[in-house]
Design a binder for this molecule. Sequence first.
Ligand code: BGC
Length: 513
Amino acid sequence: MADRPGGTSVTPPTGHTLAFTRSSDQDDLPHATKRYQYIHQGALIATYADSANRKMADHLRKFETMFTLTPQRMRMIVEAFKDALETGLAKRDQVVPMIPTYVFGWPTGKETGNYLAVDLGGTNLRVCLVTLQGDGKFEITQSKYRLSEEQKQDDGQLLFDFCAECLKAFIDLNIESGVIENDAVLPLGFTFSYPCSQDRIDHGELIRWTKGFGAPNTEGHDVVAMFRKSLEKLSVPAEVVALTCDTTGTLIASHYVNPKTKIACIFGTGCNAAYMEYVRDIPKLTALNIDPNAEIAINCEWGAFDSFEHEHLPRTKYDLVIDETSNKPGEQAFEKLISGRYLGEILRLIICELIDEGVIFLGQNTYKVEIPYSFDTAFLSLMESDPTDELLMIIGIFTHFFALETTLAERQFFRALAKLVGRRAARLSACGIAAIVSKMGYLEEGCAVGADGSLYNKYPGFADRVHEGLQDIFGEKGRNIVTYHAEDGSGIGSAIVAAMTKIRKEANLYNDL
Ligand code: BGC
């Protein structure tokens, strides 16, 4: 009898030899693709054809129940979400902090000039030179620098020193090529995409690191002051005029080119949303005496929804493991169910459980897939978008990255799991959008939602699933809410925010904010 290619026979304690052959890869779930044959003293005792696939089919049904959100459940989440948004606007230091960004109102599209933008947000550090040309037009030159895992955990000031070094190198290069004038000190928008409580636009105390960052001596500190210190140390000719985050930048940049935009979302390594709120509806700002009819962009930091108490979101045992083993247990509860940093890990934990239960990869060496965070969320995208009948892409992922052989039935099973995890993320994202829409009363007139981030841009069907979720929540009217691929918020958006701030300060409007 032939062994499974690359596989082995194993001898369980009973003394029986458990060998397996691989049957046709063409079979569909729940038909057989794998047969187990017990051989005792050379005699074939029993054949358990179909057993593994039956198990997979049973598991799939279980996972479907676990990961599916009914419209009714979604509506309950939306209600709780709306309450959290209101509470965050009413009082300081709430779970969903609803941060007033001191970006007052929308850009006019007439903003002009040269601005630097530094974007520290997740995987990369990006520095940009943005030329705003007015009429919603712009030009951008940029460089990207990879951040190492060590840098994310190293002392915070060193991280800002690195930002300053990269910016200096970028400026020098652009001076050499004549793009930046030699003695210019350019205004800079600093996109720092982690929750910071702000008292004014060029200040922000880091509430907590997210997305796996953990650099000590940064939480509770003003990150603008820290960055300025690094800029001074290296004599970098740049003046930080505004601190912003990727969602606020996305809101502003998207509105610059599409004035129908009212909400911006990021679905990437982390997740978050921003929108424009009337000052009269932000009770915690009352003491500042700002015109109640003025508008101010709110950085929701919605990734924190349902943190600590865990009352509203449907968390599976895999989500609990992710939370408990993260560097920030209890925090970013919503983000941990949705964002690109975690989706691959959710699937990996399911796979590991099925390995332990002997449902998949029997007799294969599974150590590679047992490494935490080894299963990239990009694999889920690739698995879902594999166009071949044989699911060749999935074969490639498992053989190349994990040295594992798969049957077609297993690959179909994994693809179905990826779909469940991805679909839940999109439907939960729809709940967040629906909460803002419903709170602001945008449903009737409709609105555009500028969205960005790797999940939104690269995960097949993510946007469609968000739209489907919005219709499940709102019925037909849900069609009035349309997401679209947003403008680059962390580069262009940050520059526009810097420009708006300069204009506001030159006009002596809320000068100390
Ligand atoms: C951060 C937000 C950010 C989002 C998307 C979250 O982890 O807290 O500030 O907007 O990720 O990058």
